[in-house]
Every structure is written in C-alpha cells, then in structure tokens.
Design a protein. Structure first.
Length: 185
C-alpha cells in the first residue's frame, strides 16, 4: 500500500518543506520574474494573489494525496530559492516540477530537487508515471529531466492545461491516456 512521502526532506544542499501560502512573499518574485518564463511567458504570475492561490492548492494536495510541491531553501542559510517536486495532475500521473530563481540556476539545484521528487513519488505511488512536461525549446529543463533519468516520450497533450509539451517520463506512456500532439505547422 502506498505511503505518504516525508513532508520535510533534506538533500545535500537543499531543505525541502511542503509548499504553503506563508511562502507567498518569498516565491512571488520567482513566479513573477519575466526572465524565468522566457519559454512560456503566458504562465508568469502577474499578481501576488495568483501565487498565493497556487500555493494554497499545492498545500491542500499534501493532505489529499500525501505528496505535493516543496518550497526549496538553501539548507545552510534557509534562503528560499524555488519550488518543485512532484504532485498529481489531472491525468493521475505525477508531475515533476523544478522552478529555481534565476540567480541560483546553473548550480545543480533543479537536478537535486528533481531527484528528491522522483524518490517521493516512488514512495507514495510507484504505479503511476512521473512526467516532466517541458516546452520543446526549454533546453535547460530538458537537460534536468534527462539527467535524472527521464526519457523524451514525444510531444503530447498535457491533460493539466491542454497544451502540447514534450513528456519526459520514467516509463512508456499509454497514447490513449497521454495522446500525441499534432506537430505545429
């Protein structure tokens, strides 16, 4: 029987704690930074209430599903540098997410976070796929997904929002459940 993942996780350099609305002020600048959304600018948070609502949903999923996103802090100084981990999406699969503030990108933090997220999903429900939905031109995110062992399963429709993205997954995906997208003209 699946179990709840540990809510508080320490990695080599990160302190991961359940995402909650009390982190809104620290995370809004990361969600609002245009440089952090170069690959999908329409998803940028334009107001702090959008971030608060996102964090309320992420927080509620801990109680409902035993796992959700973490607020990411540098372990040695407790500075909030991002958010991510794994949580269920509408398809029932695990969504692997890693959003790190621009100033801390390129230091391996996203890989460290993604590795912890994969382990947590396996502890809670290893029967479901873990998928990192990646915009095709987002090379940094693609590299993280590949580094943690996910394979590109093709351009598919992300059931969470209906957009076409590359599905990097830990296993083959059923094309009926995760349909292929039509290539852009």
């Amino acid at each position: 029987m699946p179990v709840d993942a540990p809510a508080h996780v320490r990695t080599t350099r990160l302190d991961l704690r359940p995402a909650a609305p009390d982190a809104t002020d620290a995370l809004f600048p990361i969600f609002n930074d245009p440089a952090g959304w170069w690959f999908e600018p329409e998803s940028r948070h334009l107001d702090i209430d959008t971030t608060r609502q996102f964090l309320v949903r992420a927080h509620d999923r801990w109680a409902l599903q035993g796992l959700s996103y973490w607020t990411v802090r540098l372990a040695d100084e407790q500075t909030v540098i991002g958010i991510g981990g794994t949580q269920r999406h509408r398809s029932g699969a695990w969504n692997l997410s890693y959003r790190i503030a621009g100033a801390q990108q390129g230091q391996g933090y996203a890989r460290e976070l993604a590795t912890a997220g994969l382990a947590a999903a396996a502890a809670v429900d290893p029967t479901e796929a873990v998928i990192a939905w990646v915009t095709p031109h987002n090379q940094p995110s693609r590299r993280v997904a590949e580094h943690v062992g996910l394979a590109d399963r093709g351009l598919r429709i992300d059931a969470n929002d209906g957009r076409a993205r590359l599905a990097f997954a830990d296993r083959d995906l059923d094309p009926e459940r995760f349909p292929f997208a039509e290539p852009a003209p």
